[in-house]
Write a protein of this length. Sequence first.
Length: 79
Amino acid sequence: MNKTFIELYNESKSKPTPAQEFVAEVARITHRSETTVRMWLAGNQVPDSLVQSVIADHFNVDMAGLFPDAEPNEEGGRQ
């Protein structure tokens, strides 16, 4: 199949970035939406301890280091 240079570029551009794949993976393993994962990344929310343990186990990292500057409050946001 012959493709134009522009078609090759657009095909490549439509693929998810590594960052998008990371967000999708975390959403999948935590059973949360991608929007929620992006809120965690932006520092607008902090996941509860159970979700943090799922993330830590999946990526084989220490749970305490995942969200070092944030303590969850009752609403799940930062204090």
